[in-house]
Design a protein around this ligand. Sequence first.
Ligand code: ACM
Length: 777
Amino acid sequence: MKKYFLILCLLVSAKCFSQLNIVPMPADLKMGKGSFTINKNTKIIASGLPEKFGTLLHDFIFNNYALKLEKITYSKKNIINSIRFVHDGKMYGAGIGSYAIKIADNGILIGAGTPQGFFYGLQTLFQFMPESKNNLTISQLYISDYPRFKYRGMHLDVARHFYPVAFIKKYIDYLAAYKFNTFHWHLTDDQGWRIEIKKYPLLTQVGGFRNGTITGRYPGKSNDSIRYGGFYTQQQIKEVVQYAAERYIDVIPEIEMPGHASAAIAAYPQLSCFPEEDTKVLPGTPWAGSRKGKQVQQTWGVFEDVFAPTDYTFNFLENVLDEVMPLFPSKYIHIGGDECPKESWKRSPFCQQLIAANNLKDEHGLQSYFIQRIEKYINSKSKKIIGWDEILEGGLAPNAAVMSWRGEEGGIEAAKQNHDVVMTPGSHCYLDHSQSKNEDSVTIGGYLPLEKVYSYEPVPAVLNAEQAKYILGAQGNLWTEYIKNNSKVEYMIFPRMMALSEVLWSPKEKRNWNDFEKRLPGIFERLDREKTNYSKAYYDLQATVIPGANYDGVFWKLESKNTKDKIVYLLGDEDSRLNIYSEPIRLLLTNYECTAWIQSSDSKKIGNQLKQKFSFNKATGKKITIANDPSVSYPGDGVFTLVNGVQNEKGLSKGNEFLGFLGKDLDATIDLGAVMDIKKVTLHTLEQNGSWIYLPSKVEVTYMYSIDTGKNALLGPPDKMLSVDIAQGKNISKIEIPGQQRCRYIRVMAKNFGIIPSGNPGAGNAAWLFADEIEVE
Ligand code: ACM
């Protein structure tokens, strides 16, 4: 009896709990005291506009609870035991998407003024329908809800990896469930052209396939030599667009220009400034098959061979757009515009003549000319263009909307120029970035945890109220270089897409991370039930290395949001004693590997295990200061990161182990605590040119007896400086400066490489300098 009572309590609490796990949080939600039970006699009342939503609910209840409810279309008031749809904009909000739900003891009312409102009302209702298949009891509540932003977008890159129509529909279902209303379909890029164009069949026959794909992180360890590709027929595109429209989702196609054009050029080489030249394969790029002629790219990054701004190209692109535009009812056509290297245009006599003939300033002016010419064409077909923020360079096309991805500056500038903006900064909206510091598969890099997505505010504080109106909303982007299958797409978007849905839908003042955190366990249970893959990084064991209070050692601090289970650790190899973690662990000044994990009461490992090698030297745990702060994007765990005993292992670029300096030098001084003999100083750094990270051009080490220049200065030998110039492209991660010295203070100055040279990803931008450790022996 007692056991039965306990089970009943658990069921009741689980049921009530799930009812609160609504995402995105409605504008107004009040819980009542009683409940309402849907049973076989419950009637669905819906006529006129809401009738199809009545059918949707009928089917949902039948499919999930095997209960076939009667649908009736008359609307006699106060019918007992009913679910009634009421179309009334005055009462329930005339704004697109507004709705109200009232669950009383005698029935349910769903009211809205627009079809979107009924649709979103149902999405909310579906989220708190009971898990139990045979008891449809729902708590009484009242919801009044409406969206904050009118553009709520998710993007998917199907060029780097291709996903079948069935999965695209599933992706759209995910968007709909969390009240997104825009699907940005990135259909063309250097690695594949994915939309059938009847006039140019080679776009998909040739441009839709590549002869292989790099393995591992860019530029790649090897090439899998497997022909890879696919495309959507126009019929399939129509089917997807229709499917999305039924879910109130607008599909914006992206046809990339003038850059990211390799696949199109492979199909029609005349689109290039240099049709006769072979596709350039950079040294060190693993390649499969022929290198002759124009090829679809097999690695990631940006490529010099871009569209030539010739009449042939414009005519070609207009013909392509003539087939694309009728397939998509969307007001916007995305024309890309990002990452277009200017080398080919600089080399091309035709382009130089075009620049002169049109009084353009330079190649950026030519990019603007290109986009404006395409805009004029698209506008003439009653559509508008949207493009990545590079379309601001050289002058924004008159009616263009801007997607701000390289931070928020582009969006701010566009809003100030009275242009519509969608915010999608890499810092908060790039869902291809790692969500765990300990990912078990390769990602493009970066670190974007759930909490950071949740914290995003799309309207920059620098805009005044008038300018802020141009911020239509925001979008999560999923670039798929390192996302080869459906399951990983799910893993990357969940649960971060849910956090973004709340950013976009819920009123600003309703957004509350602590409340979202409370809903997370229920949200995860729902994803489990739906068999959707998702990241559990939220529960990750987090480790930080912290200094001792008086620079007297190094401690390993372990934390997790999982408070149910224990954290355990080994200091050393597997034969060492298993310890239960209670407080930061003092590490002995020796080199060893430590392991930690979360362990359940029945001794099972939960989540990812952390392994950390510590390498101690004379600088470990010592006082360190720096003259220039690192970038806010790569702050490491503070400047102490440089002397924390953790050296990045080659190939594993974990962002938080590095300090990153964008265009700036590293200038650090370590106090060893006492005068001592030094044999060598080693700067641990990173060279990853594809990610704009360069070795320093020079490293200078100054050995000082004292840095106190006042009266109390200790007398010692004069300061001594050693300096080495660094050659790039050596694929090294350590710079050693040997030299027998005696000193107490060591200053390490690493000069930033400067501006990235042409022909490389990020050309023309400032390079990153990354440093993770200064080792003193
Ligand atoms: C982009 O991420 N290149 C828009």
